[in-house]
Design a protein around this ligand. Structure first.
Ligand code: PLP
Length: 359
């Protein structure tokens, strides 16, 4: 039986990436050793890291004045690294709170400095994204932080908030490289790899050059972006294997036709599911139309018991990990870049059949 893995992260990886990683695991081409055994100062590893960086720059058209670094500690470590590095003395920042991770980012940033909520969708249980007119932005803020896709609630910013000349900082962990991106609109972007980019253990950070001046010398070395930019992501031992897998995924994305093509495929997959939700009274989507995520499709059934039954019967048919996050319940289908359209079609068929027998 084919297994379709709808997990929210770590998530489905492209099969060719897994096969290549397996093929090269014991003996990395040209070296006779495994990457897992090699010094991060060795030429094969340094070349591999450089190639991953070059491929990311080409894939997303990242301008030369942006650093590309690979860090540890997950996206969650960036919740505090961002304010530690980007808040100026006596400065303040604005956060837009659209879900669980946005809220965790806020909580950590507030431990570091003067950080305000400049927009929130908490009052409607994060079923939407704020509209521009609702934002209460401070033109003197050091930066504005937002979360591009809300993994748990299934909402996604249809476009970046407009923030004038204030640097925009984004957590794009769950929708990076799912569509074309104009990186020049951002001061800093971060993304844990395990949803759209690869295996857990590495976080991609894209950072505009001029912002490096802000980091205070008093920061511990590992928490200062300058350390990692100067050290080309190898100041200390980096997560070599996770960077390698990320590099393979980026190559795979380019082979698929790049970000335009990913956008078309992701739109097509998500539309199949949302059409099914809209065609039925039995299933109720959580997110409002216009703010629906193309990555995480969240919905409810008439009762919690039916939701449990749905997830367990789906599992028996090879459609696994459909249970919603423990904080909101319901059903969540995560369909990132690497998730195949056939899996979405299988879920749509299952939904029709489940409604026919239980509706
Ligand atoms: C999953 C997720 C995180 C948490 O990432 P970790 O790498 O586990 O720290 C943060 N932000 C968003 C938007 C996520 O989807």
């Amino acid at each position: 039986m084919t297994i379709y893995n709808f997990a929210a992260g770590p998530a489905t990886l492209p099969a060719p990436v897994l096969q290549e990683a397996q093929k090269d695991l014991v003996s990395y081409p040209g070296s006779g050793m495994s990457l897992l055994e090699m010094s991060h100062r060795s030429k094969p590893v340094q070349d591999m890291i450089q190639a991953a960086e070059d491929d990311i720059r080409a894939l997303a058209g990242i301008p030369d004045n942006y650093h590309i670094i690979f860090l540890q500690g997950g996206a969650s470590a960036q919740f505090s690294m961002v304010p530690m590095n980007l808040l100026t003395p006596g400065g303040k920042a604005d956060h837009l709170v659209t879900g669980n991770f946005a809220n965790l980012a806020l909580i950590d940033a507030q431990k570091v400095g003067d950080v305000r909520v400049a927009g929130s969708t908490e009052s409607t249980n994060h079923d939407r994204i704020p509209i521009q007119d609702e934002l209460n932005l401070d033109p003197d803020a050091d930066y504005v932080h937002f979360t591009g896709n809300n993994t748990i609630y299934g909402t996604e910013w249809p476009r970046e908030p407009e923030v004038g000349n204030v640097p925009l900082v984004a957590d794009l962990s769950s929708n990076i490289f799912s569509k074309p991106i104009d990186v020049s609109k951002y001061g800093l972007i971060y993304a844990g790899a395990q949803k759209n980019l690869g295996a857990a253990g590495v976080t991609l950070v894209l950072l505009r050059d001029d912002l490096l001046e802000r980091s205070p010398d008093s920061l511990p070395s590992m928490l200062n972006y300058n350390t990692h930019c100067k050290g080309h992501s190898a100041y200390n031992t980096p997560p070599v294997f996770s960077i390698y897998v990320l590099g393979l995924v980026v190559k795979w994305l380019a082979q698929q036709g790049g970000l335009e093509q990913m956008a078309a495929q992701n739109e097509e997959k998500a539309t199949l599911l949302y059409k099914q939700l809209d065609a039925s009274e039995f299933y109720r989507g959580h997110a409002i139309q216009g703010n629906r995520s193309r990555m995480n499709v969240t919905f409810n059934l008439p009762t919690a018991d039916l939701e449990t039954q749905f997830a367990s019967e789906a599992t028996a048919e090879g459609l696994v990990e459909l249970k919603g996050h423990r904080s909101v319940g319901g059903i969540r289908a995560s369909i990132y870049n690497a998730f195949p359209k056939e899996g979405v079609e299988a879920l749509v068929s299952f939904m029709k059949e489940f409604e026919r027998t239980n509706g």
